[in-house]
Design a protein around this ligand. Structure first.
Ligand SMILES: O=c1ccn([C@@H]2O[C@H](COP(=O)(O)OP(=O)(O)O[C@H]3O[C@H](CO)[C@@H](O)[C@H](O)[C@H]3O)[C@@H](O)[C@H]2O)c(=O)[nH]1
Ligand SMILES: [Mn+2]
Length: 748
């Protein structure tokens, strides 16, 4: 652990503090014991394999040996999150004193904020507007904030929404300041029972609602008509869409400066932040690298206009919930001891609107919360794609090396001439040039700078890359949630989301690092394990598939594959299973989870294993072979009322017929049938000593799959499992039964 980060000159006021978690000592001890148990288990498997007498028993032993070796390896890679857990506190109130800033000053560094959006029909523009306003209204010198909205949808509706946001901001910013509002996303603020119902509040709400109406109208028609345009400048902006054959996948760059801090003032005569709309050039013939591509363009465009040393990145649906958030980030980014090696400060991604027991395990407590706490004790957490403050310098090489660029203005050290307006001809020309879709091709920028591993996923691996280059990062986890976003509310969206992450992980793994990542590239062995862990995540599904089918199909034939109750290795199995689940439960509860949420979370882990993970790998390998192509599949943020009602009741939402559910439902059927057949045999008085673990496993899966049976036969609503999917799965279950019958019968 890096102790130097903890020590601060004794006289300077403290900016932040590090507290190692006490449970790490226990975790280390437990890991040692558990590791020994794994070795014994693998040894026993190997013995069985060597002494197997028939071909079938050989295959069964081999399957378990391979699967358990896999699981053991995954277990090892997870340990890096448990060995060095740390917590941090920061003291933004000490910033002025510690850094000798003038009290009233605008001495805080400039902040460029990147907000990405890609489709106004999947990502409601009103959500984007609220996100943007929540940041414009930060408790931070307003003239030092610049917000860049990236619109990958190339939509005039989005531009219109941003213009409206700029106008509303003139009322909203002074209102927030005057009333010291905490929730500065107007959508979130007006949705709660805000206390002061003064006439002023009502007035602001009216302005907000009329803006909402205008935006919704434009969204409905998909066009900005003459009646919506009040100024010549606006008319010219929208002419981009009428003049060229402008379509989403193929259009020139559009950059519009909607607010300029030097010029625009709010209704109380305060300066406004910069607000800039950017829709990068798109061409059918060049790849655009999804969100990573958008972020890279913003990195360049912002360099030409403001080049702030600090960058905040947010998704359009993740609003900021605490106006003092940037000050927390500054406690690290401006700490003289830390700043020269600090690449970014990651905040947890917190999902709101999750139902009581988190049916789809969408909180991702481990990925967004527990794991970063563990990594923070080493080189720091990975970047999770949103809610992250970057040191701009980190994108341009290691802490002591800097990549020379073709256009020096794009570099982190280039100083933007403040007297030069960001709307000046020369600035805009350069901005358009660097937003072009071929700019990265054959330039230093394309190969050595920016958000990389970009084609499908930009997040986790950008962080690892920066760490490889010698940077570290920090996990800032304030008591008050800092960034809130929506979670998927139906199963298919939830699975598509992880499937996309899996494909991205595989892509990063195969394209960027050698397969043996342990300790390579100066990451250190533990960080290497973390990287390996994220990459191997999708290949969970191999052991899971085996455990979901083989013991149960054997149970149907009365063949025992696990140790008997009386064998010593029975205890070993019990220890390994209860130990892993128990430790996981404890970690979950420590981070403010509940038992029900944990149960749903482990259920989702199984569900993902039998659906999204497998499909993710399949799609990836097909793509490698050039057989299929793959799109980003945005997570939909539009919510249908009936769906959201069912979600509130905790009902599983299967909905549209989809192949992704087939392996899952097949497993549910096989487990149920084999559990029932086992039960029948017990009732008939057959000794079940050898089949106890198999019965237990099938029973456990059946318990987990109760909502699946319900959705198959008992429900009539739109969220039930479509008959076609049930039928396909049943046929598959029968086929599997038939397939396994031959060798197992012979064995008996
Ligand atoms: O071509 C694209 C596709 C997506 N996006 C933006 O990327 C963000 C994330 O997309 P979303 O569908 O909302 O992904 P989630 O399922 O919510 O994403 C999680 O996982 C993503 C990586 O897969 C991360 O980028 C996100 O930050 C993280 O919240 C959104 O703002 C999109 O507008 C683009 O800008 N361009
Ligand atoms: Mn999202």
């Amino acid at each position: 652990m890096d102790q130097s980060l903890n020590s601060f000159p004794s006289r300077a006021p403290l900016l932040h503090r590090l507290r190692p978690a006490r449970r790490t000592a226990f975790n280390r001890m437990f890991a040692a014991v558990y590791f020994c148990a794994i070795l014994v288990l693998l040894y026993l498997h190997a013995l069985k394999l060597i002494h197997s007498t028939t071909f079938t028993s050989f295959i069964i032993s081999l399957s378990f040996l391979v699967s358990d070796t896999f699981l053991a390896f995954l277990w090892i890679t997870r340990q890096c999150f448990l060995m060095t857990i740390v917590y941090r506190d920061e003291y933004p109130e000490n910033l002025h004193e510690a850094l000798l800033l003038k009290k009233s000053s605008s001495d805080f560094p400039a902040l460029d904020v990147f907000v990405c959006t890609a489709d106004p029909y999947k990502e409601p523009p009103m959500r984007l507007v609220s996100t943007v306003l929540s940041i414009m209204a930060y408790d931070y010198p307003t003239e030092n904030i610049s917000i860049y909205v990236s619109d990958d949808g190339g939509s005039q509706v989005t531009l219109f929404a941003c213009m409206e946001a700029a106008k509303f901001a003139c009322y909203w910013l002074p209102f927030c300041r005057k009333n010291n509002i905490i929730k500065r996303s107007p959508e979130a603020y007006f949705a709660t029972n805000y206390s002061s119902c003064s006439s002023h509040t009502k007035e602001i709400q009216k302005i907000y609602e009329s803006m909402e109406e205008r935006i919704e109208n434009v969204l409905e028609t998909g066009k900005v008509g003459g009646e919506n345009i009040t100024e010549e400048l606006e008319r010219r902006a929208f002419s981009n869409w009428t003049d060229h054959g402008f379509i989403r996948q193929h259009h020139p760059t559009v950059i519009q400066v909607l607010l300029e801090s030097g010029k625009n003032k709010d209704v109380t005569n305060h300066l406004m932040p910069n607000l800039i709309y950017v829709s990068r050039e798109k061409s059918r013939t060049s790849t655009h690298n999804f969100k990573a591509g958008a972020l890279n363009v913003l990195l360049r465009v912002s360099a030409t206009m403001t080049n702030a040393p600090i960058i905040l990145n947010l998704d359009c649906d993740m609003y900021s919930n605490d106006p003092r958030t940037p000050l927390r980030a500054l406690c690290y980014l401006l700490d003289p001891k830390l700043m020269s090696q600090l690449a970014y400060v990651q905040f947890p991604q917190i999902f709101h609107g999750i139902n009581k027991n988190d049916t789809y395990g969408c909180e991702y407590k481990r990925v967004f919360f527990s794991n970063p706490l563990g990594l923070d004790g080493m080189l720091g957490p990975n970047y999770v794609g949103t809610g992250c403050f970057f040191n701009r310098r980190a994108f341009f090489g290691g802490p002591s090396t800097i990549v020379p660029l073709e256009i020096p203005e794009l570099g982190p050290d280039s100083v933007v001439d403040k007297s030069m307006q960001i709307q000046s001809q020369s600035v805009l020309e350069l901005a358009h040039k660097v937003a072009g879709c071929n700019y990265e091709y054959k330039t230093k920028w394309g190969y050595e700078v920016g958000f990389r591993y970009g084609s499908l996923i930009e997040d986790f691996f950008t962080g690892f890359r920066l760490q490889c280059e010698g940077w570290r990062s920090v996990f800032c986890n304030p008591k008050r949630p800092a960034f809130l976003g929506d979670a998927p509310i139906n199963l298919i969206d939830a699975l598509n989301q992880v499937q996309r992450w899996n494909i991205g992980a595989l892509q990063a793994y195969f394209s960027s690092f050698s397969p043996l990542t342990f300790g390579t590239r100066s990451l250190g062995p533990f960080m290497g394990l973390a990287y390996t862990h994220y990459c191997l995540w999708p290949t969970w599904f191999i052991p899971l598939t085996l455990y979901a089918f083989l013991p149960q199909l054997s149970l149907l034939h009365g063949v025992s594959v696990f140790p008997k109750l009386s064998e010593p290795s029975f205890i070993l199995y019990v220890f390994l299973v209860l130990g892993a689940y128990g430790q996981d439960l404890i970690e979950f509860l420590i981070e403010e989870g509940t038992i029900q949420k944990w149960w749903n979370d482990q259920r989702m882990w199984m569900i993902r294993g039998l659906s999204a993970f497998g499909y993710g790998c399949l799609v990836f390998f097909l793509k490698c072979l050039g057989i299929s192509t793959y799109g980003f599949g945005l997570t939909s943020k539009v919510i249908d009322d009936e769906q959201s009602k069912r979600y509130g009741q905790g009902m599983f939402e299967f909905g549209a017929s989809s192949n992704i559910f087939v392996p899952l439902i097949t497993a549910a059927i096989i487990n149920l049938v084999s559990f029932l057949m086992g039960l029948v045999q017990v009732l008939r008085g057959r000794k079940m000593e050898g089949l106890f673990l198999q019965m237990f496993l099938a029973g456990f899966v059946v318990l987990n799959a109760l909502p699946i049976y319900e959705a198959m036969v008992l429900r009539n609503d739109k969220g039930r499992i479509p008959f076609k999917t049930t039928a396909t799965s049943t046929c598959l279950a029968l086929a599997l039964y038939g397939l396994v019958s031959l060798p197992l019968r012979n064995r008996n």
